[in-house]
Design a protein around this ligand. Structure first.
Ligand SMILES: [Fe+2]
Ligand SMILES: [Fe+2]
Length: 212
């Protein structure tokens, strides 16, 4: 676990043969939110650390960007540990998760929506998740300036605890057809992202971006 900022914690695994990092993030505010459930194995491993950080408080939310093992696989483990946790996800994941047998609380959202709950002010952006050919979500917490990008801005390398300086605009404009092959969806995504001004990008893979 790495503490990246006040109330922001990163949990990571690095896979050397792939030179690839997988991250999850806990924003330990009120309410608390975990970005990415992680795989079942990862979720199991980090639950004690989440408990330690939250010091007896509940984990209130987990954001699932799209249906993939590293994003969604840990929801069952998390629900067992935190029975009141609510999964924030796109419409597709909200239909898929019950099909997997997930019977916890779901908060289905879509692009343009703002989810406000006490200290959380989450602006949702639709995310055509490239590798998976499915519509997911990414989100900006407008209060803290933290943007969770899932598989966008993916970089290879050991990014555990590492942050690089970046220009948000350059990063967004660099999203190419390899990432989002459909021109209309890609333009729409870029347009929506350019309306935002995140201070910090918490990436699902690679190196976090400091956009201050
Ligand atoms: Fe993914
Ligand atoms: Fe991912």
């Amino acid at each position: 676990m790495n503490k990246l900022a006040d109330d922001l914690y990163q949990f990571s695994i690095y896979i050397p043969p792939m030179d690839f990092t997988i991250h999850q993030y806990l924003l330990a505010t009120q309410p608390s939110i975990l970005f990415a459930a992680g795989t079942a194995q990862q979720a199991h491993a980090i639950i004690p650390q989440i408990r330690e950080v939250l010091g007896g408080r509940d984990l209130d939310y987990v954001l699932v960007s799209h249906m993939e093992s590293d994003e969604a696989g840990g929801v069952f483990e998390l629900r067992r540990a935190f029975p009141n946790v609510k999964v924030i996800c796109g419409q597709l994941a909200a239909r898929e998760l019950p099909g997997w047998g997930y019977d916890g609380a779901l908060v289905p959202v879509q692009g343009g929506q703002v989810l406000q709950d006490d200290g959380l002010d989450l602006r949702i952006v639709d995310y055509p998740a490239e590798v998976h050919d499915q519509m997911g979500i990414v989100a900006l917490d407008q209060r803290s300036g933290l943007f969770y990008s899932a598989d966008l801005f993916l970089r290879f390398g050991n990014g555990v605890g590492k942050t690089v300086e970046a220009s948000w605009e350059d990063e967004v404009r660099a999203i190419d057809a390899q990432r989002v092959p459909n021109d209309a969806l890609r333009s729409q995504l870029q347009e929506s992202l350019l309306e935002l001004s995140p201070r910090f990008v918490a990436v699902g893979h690679g190196f976090c971006l400091d956009c201050k």
